[in-house]
Design a protein around this ligand. Sequence first.
Ligand code: ADP
Ligand code: MG
Length: 505
Amino acid sequence: MNMLTFPDTYVEILPEVRDFLAGKHQLYIGGRWQSALSGATFETIDPSTGRLLAHIASAQAEDVDVAVRAARATFDSGAWHLKLTPSERGKLIWKLADLIEEHAPILAQLDALDNGKPVTKARNVDVPLSAEHFRYYAGWTTKIEGATIPVNTQGMFNYTLREPVGVCGLIVPWNYPLLMAAWKIAPALAAGNCIILKPAEQTPLSALYLARLFEEAGFPPGVFNVLTGFGETAGAALVAHPGINKVGFTGSVGVAKTILRNSADTLKRVSLELGGKSPNIIFADADLEQAVVGATWAIFGNNGQSCTAGSRLYIQRNIYDRVLTGMSDQAAKIRVGMGMQIDQPDLGPVVSQEQLETVMGFIEAGYNHGGKSVIGGKRVGGALAQGYFIEPTIFVDVQDHMKIAREEIFGPVVCAMPFDDADEVLRRANETPYGLAAGLWTRDLQTAHRFAAQMQAGTIWVNTWGDTDAASPFGGYKQSGHGREMGKEAIDLYTEVKSVWIKTG
Ligand code: ADP
Ligand code: MG
């Protein structure tokens, strides 16, 4: 048992969280907890302090094989998609949502400790949105329908059936640990699939806790399985395994390309929700007060560790200085601190040492290529020196072709660039291999509709940023991904369509 100590500036760690952290962290397979066959473990740490939180089982290919067999056995038995009625499945998913809500303070502390985000954000955003996601899809179990098709053959009746895909390998990132898992698990469950979840190695805790809630809710064993471990081992083995019918992935573009290659031998269905370099455009006619606050949080929300971060900021030239001054004032007021500290900060650390180095590397490249920061640009020291804290950073004197303006940073760094007219900024906004989100701030309806139609991105925000809803489809154009999560679109991702022909004449 490890004796964890936390800084005395931390909120009180809930007894349930202490017990959970001190316990053994095994793989959850077929309704049972078991260590990795090799006995391998890895450490998960608190990015606010750099201290150890727990030793976690590290699944290898052989564990993946065991888990796939267990999930397949459950799927083939029909225990989930055939023996329960749609309504019974819906009730179980709803019950899971209730349990998430009931255990919200625990789940919030686990994500705050593991990821570094302020615990109030986890409590008020991540956890309730996760519960809502399950509720939305609980309603879908009774609404997944086929169709009758008017075919051109006399005496023939044709209809479609929508069936679950089978066993889904769901691989999720660390930026919203519980929520990103919920985005995938909920529609996969509603459609009748069995699931193997592979949380990110940086943030495995809430996924393990979620497995307990599945148990408590009374799901048939084997419907939900959790394999903790590294991407290159556990993740890669899931992707290659012939017993997995579908991979749902959220993460980086580079890993997505590896996943597509590794899924080729089994021609697996793959859906990908990837990163971006989302353009955020402020026109001179916008409500500037609103735009300044909006653009500030478009990038600094969740510390820039959002796939939709508004990281390329285009400001019309005649308001450029005014907006920058406003944003710098806003950024200067942002309090950076430990996610669990009593006096809650606005932003926590970035998730890991590796992420810290990546982001600092981008900042350095920004300076080297001639950019200047008007605020931020440094790692935070002092009392926060043991954690991975970075100042909110605004870069100016940036050209479109520079590395910091082209590549996803996934940290609290925005590039501000002036523009003169609408045609120019539309072209520049679309000149990117990505297309996850794009936004604009304007009072002009024509501009709003024109940009909504012509910006190449899966989500467009007008005079707002960052809104999502379980009911509204979300996903990327271009290299930001394949497929749409959320809404009824996600049901398509997790179902097969079967066409049935019956001779009647
Ligand atoms: P980031 O770079 O932001 O950490 P990644 O794309 O590396 O994002 O990680 C997202 C998820 O993908 C994590 O769960 C990680 O373990 C997993 N992953 C990483 N590499 C692979 C891989 N080769 N195959 C499958 N999954 C992977
Ligand atoms: Mg961690």
